[in-house]
Design a protein around this ligand. Structure first.
Ligand SMILES: Cc1cc2nc3c(=O)[nH]c(=O)nc-3n(C[C@H](O)[C@H](O)[C@H](O)COP(=O)(O)OP(=O)(O)OC[C@H]3O[C@@H](n4cnc5c(N)ncnc54)[C@H](O)[C@@H]3O)c2cc1C
Length: 388
């Protein structure tokens, strides 16, 4: 105790996808570790809920990610083994779009660079294999043979439980009100609604809530409202079940992708559908975690129905349920994973721009390595905090 404050080696603020991974990776290494979250993760208020997250290796977002993605698969398997839970599965995942300058071409670049197994086919073959799709003659698809999905809630829960088993302490429903890395020679002060702590090192992984902190260091993050819909097919339910219907991400127009994933817990043929607008697409809905409409509006429903009716017509049936989530966009759509620019005893990871779950376990590992060893062997040159 230091002036009535509990002392830790490392405190992790935020135990979502990334923070729970950091907690797990830091635990069991002889350090006194505390993880804090304002809610009780997994929860539905941030970016890590909704039954499924797609994992892929033929990565259109950049081939620099591939070694990290490969390592992520190994760690997902390790967490499954250590927890005895099963939450990761390989499944057909298609990137659909035009042949050139597209998610198809960019995914192929990564696949070729790392010799990953994939197939590319045109609209005829796409409809041949998957009659569920209504694709025009300019449409191509890349099948990533190492892709699949992870259940995000189970991943978070298991990493927190394993971290606790390994000796890390966890504070749920504990809001960090501020941290101060300047005025305490013994370390960093972390003040919450429940306690006051001193820590030697700090990791801040607060998702959409990181906007204010990042603004102070000149990085503009944009949290965005994303609706996840579960829909029941209008007909041919058997064609939309897991194992029959592929997961897909379809670039349907400039700056608009939409995707579907067969539902896991919702009943025969029900699929999850969501949109990923970017750039200047008019359907974008910027928000803050403090001001976000968690109800589905008619306009959300109309958008979903319009694109389903055009591209996957038999799926455009009855609305079952929805869940609102947040992406947090960085200026270049790559995350920030680095030391805090002003404090070398603080590490930060945020701005995952809607694609960070699949390597959140490795982000946690990188944060643990930066914190405990001051370096990592992963190539994080794309993710520097001072690049903007
Ligand atoms: C609908 C949707 C679909 C997606 N699909 C995919 C996909 O298929 N594949 C993929 O790879 N990625 C996907 N993503 C992106 C991915 O889910 C996110 O990048 C990832 O979950 C972000 O994790 P995080 O830890 O940064 O944020 P979060 O999980 O939101 O965690 C932040 C945590 O910090 C806590 N916190 C914040 N402030 C404080 C404070 N002051 N005190 C205490 N606690 C605090 C919050 O309560 C929260 O638990 C998707 C995102 C959405 C929204």
């Amino acid at each position: 105790m230091l002036f009535g404050k509990k002392v830790y080696d490392v405190i992790v603020v935020g135990l979502g996808a990334v923070g729970s991974a950091a907690l797990y990776q830091l635990s069991g290494k002889g350090k006194k570790v505390l993880g804090l979250d304002q809610y009780e993760p997994p929860h539905i208020y941030g970016s890590t809920h909704g039954e499924t997250r797609i994992i892929r290796q033929a990565y259109y977002e950049g081939k620099q990610y591939v070694p990290i993605l490969k390592a992520a698969y190994e760690v997902w398997r390790e967490i499954e083994k250590n927890s005895g839970d099963s939450f990761f599965e390989i499944a057909d995942v298609l990137m659909i779009g035009s042949r050139q300058n597209s998610i198809v071409e960019q995914s192929e670049e990564s696949a070729k660079a790392y010799d990953l197994p994939y197939e590319i086919f045109d609209h005829k073959e796409l409809r041949n294999r998957y009659p569920q799709f209504n694709a025009d003659q300019d449409t191509w698809a890349l099948l990533d043979k190492l892709a699949g999905y992870v259940r995000p809630e189970a991943a978070v829960r298991n990493q927190i439980e394993l971290g606790s088993k390994n000796g890390a302490e966890v504070g749920h429903n504990e809001l960090v009100e501020f941290w101060d890395a300047e005025n305490y020679p013994a370390g960093i002060r972390v003040k919450t609604n429940m306690g006051d702590y001193i820590t030697e090192k700090l990791i801040v992984t607060t998702g959409a809530w990181a906007k204010g902190m990042m603004q102070e260091v000149g990085v503009k993050l944009k949290p965005e409202r994303i609706v996840q819909f579960w829909v029941k097919p209008k007909k041919n339910e058997a064609l939309f079940t897991k194992g029959t219907f592929p997961i897909f991400l379809w670039n349907v127009e400039r700056n608009l992708d939409f995707y579907a994933i067969p539902g896991l817990d919702t009943g025969q043929g029900i699929c999850k559908v969501a949109f990923y607008p970017h750039g200047d697409h008019p359907s974008r809905q910027f928000c803050t975690p403090y001001q976000i409409d968690r109800e589905v509006r008619d306009s959300d429903f109309d958008l979903m129905h319009k694109y389903l009716a055009q591209y996957v017509p038999d799926l455009a049936g009855q609305f079952v349920k929805s869940s609102v989530c947040m992406h947090t966009e960085s200026p270049d759509l790559h995350p920030i994973i680095d030391f805090h620019p002003d404090y070398k005893n603080v590490c930060i990871a945020n701005g995952f721009s809607g694609h960070g779950f699949k390597f959140s376990n490795i982000t946690g590992k990188i944060l643990a390595e930066l914190t405990l060893e001051g370096k990592t062997d992963f190539d994080i040159s794309l993710f520097g905090a001072e690049r903007f």
